[in-house]
Design a protein around this ligand. Structure first.
Ligand SMILES: [Cu+2]
Length: 168
């Protein structure tokens, strides 16, 4: 069978692109620990604003030094708008949306998840470098999408006896 030279080149190019895609999935899932969440928990989006967990979303510090961050992602803001967490300790994010799908990306970290109405998105990570990180919505959610951001402040020595954070 005679295959034209350009056709061969494009076949090889397609093969190389697929190989690059598969390799990048393997690399990010193993070397960078970027994995889809395995946690499935539902919540009624109609009553999220009145729920015990998300009516006043805030950071809760635990006695062992870890923290749980409750976040409400909505058009067009994150609550709380400033999230303060301890450095070098496990931080669990629990998030939901009362309206549409949003993204929750902590820039320059591996914290990145989709926030879907009807579900609680949860992931646990740790921040080893103190400082301020930008949180952005990376799922287009409407006309105010570009203004949907918050900040994460990673600090040393944040302990449970320092008091709980309150929602902004
Ligand atoms: Cu959004």
């Amino acid at each position: 069978m005679n295959v034209h030279l350009y056709e061969k080149l494009w076949m090889w190019a397609s093969g190389v692109i697929i190989a690059v895609f598969v390799a990048s999935i393997l690399y990010t899932s193993t070397a960078q620990s970027l994995q889809p969440p395995s946690h499935v928990e539902t919540i009624d989006p109609q009553t999220v604003r009145a729920s015990a967990e998300f009516a006043q979303p805030a950071v809760v510090l635990h006695a062992d030094g870890s923290a749980t961050v409750h976040v409400l992602a909505m058009m067009f803001a994150f609550l709380p708008t400033e999230i303060r967490v301890p450095r070098g300790r496990p931080v669990t994010f629990r998030m939901t949306s009362p309206d549409v799908i949003h993204g929750f990306q902590i820039v320059n970290t591996n914290g990145n998840a989709m926030v879907v109405p009807g579900y609680i998105t949860q992931f646990t990570t740790q921040f080893d470098t103190a400082g301020e990180y930008l949180i952005v919505c990376n799922e287009y959610c409407g006309l105010g999408h570009h203004g949907m951001y918050a900040s994460l402040v990673v600090v040393d020595g944040l302990a449970a006896d320092g008091g709980q954070e309150v929602a902004q």
